[in-house]
Ligand binder design. Sequence first.
Ligand SMILES: Nc1nc2c(ncn2[C@@H]2O[C@H](COP(=O)(O)OP(=O)(O)OP(=O)(O)O)[C@@H](O)[C@H]2O)c(=O)[nH]1
Ligand SMILES: [Mg+2]
Length: 440
Amino acid sequence: MLDSLREGLQAAVRKLVGANLVDEKSVKEFVRDLQRALIQTDVNVRIALEVTERVQKRALEDRPAAGVTKKDQIVSILYEELARLLGGEGGLPLSKERTNVLVMLGVQGSGKTTTTAKLARLYSKRGFRVGVVAADTFRPGAVAQLKTLAAATGVEVYSDEKEKDSVKIAKAGKKQLEGSKNLIIIDTAGRHKEEKGLLQEMKDVVGGVRPDATILVIDGTIGQQCYSQALAFHQAAPVGGIVVTKLDGAAKGGGALAAAAATGAKVLFIGTGERIDDLEEFVPTRFVGRLLGMGDLKALMDMVRESEVVVDEKMTQRVMSGKMTMNDLLVQFEQMKKFGSLKKILEHIPGFSGQVDAKELDKAEDRVKVYRSIIQSMTVDEKNNPETINSSRLRRIAKGSGRSEKDVRELLSRYKQMKALVKTSKGREMRQMMRRMGEG
Ligand SMILES: Nc1nc2c(ncn2[C@@H]2O[C@H](COP(=O)(O)OP(=O)(O)OP(=O)(O)O)[C@@H](O)[C@H]2O)c(=O)[nH]1
Ligand SMILES: [Mg+2]
């Protein structure tokens, strides 16, 4: 599904990740690649430019969170912006405690009847008692089509082939099924002499049965034209959600999804084939993660956020003024360790570029363990003023922590180095580093 879009996006990401250096030039090239991929899938040019301009601005202006490389940051910006382009999350507000009524809307051939059966199947599987109503009086064979499809799912079908008034059928169907079902899906006609007549009939049906939601079914192969079609329906009667069908093999599918989302109505499901099970719940973040080939990127990004360090202002002040304590040093080490484990995770995600030697990291983690036990064996005074640690104190600390004197000396020299670093660079680099740690 959406193979060319996926290939285009992934190629752009691969190029960026493979670049030696991420600078303005490579960001702009990345953005141009994105534009091409989006426009090829029929995303409206103005919308494609808006999205990519936001990606460019953020990529050039925002600083990456601590422990995250520039490349990783840009990929996550792309992920967020694409998910935003495809709309927010949220499903149908259905409850098993009452009878829910859905009305299917859409132009001829968009996939209403097929989607009615697919939804009936899906919600039956989820434990709803589903009934469908064949309120398409326009198309010859419409009732038979729905019956055939519904037979495969075992749901009850209400129809009345003698009745020509679709509003009457919808109402009668609702009345008959209400007692035994808690989800009633009403399939309507798409064929009409003119669009005005179709919209009027739709208003009448909606007014007649007062559904919990109307579901607009749109053919994804028409690409960005989805926008005007969805808007026309949305204005005639508020659309509760959209199903974009035929995304299997639709080259313009990306444009269709973006256009549907641009109306403000949520895309709830996508149709990915003619078979009854070819219906997927649409979750923009998950969908984009799959497009970019990054599995559960959202969970990963959450982890990145969680690993961001909250900077203790007082500690920063102490460190800056050269009055760093041993506990402050330990906090610094712990933070570095945290970033280390995060990088190790990023290693395994395609598209991420963390190039950290796992062995080195393990070694660093071991050192932090050693340092922690040594610091725990110091008195409060020693922790606050490590300069007072003479050789007899050093021996006592080594014994108390079960570490060697060499280890203690190593820690003390790391402390001195850190302090010297703050002094020589007049704290500039350090301050920058700490600020970076604090931002997100
Ligand atoms: N490949 C593919 N075909 C689909 C999908 N959804 C529907 N179709 C096909 O599209 C055609 C039209 O589907 P219908 O469900 O009859 O469309 P409709 O909106 O009910 O049409 P009318 O009742 O004439 O307005 C059928 O051949 C379906 O098999 C999909 O997600 N993928
Ligand atoms: Mg139909």
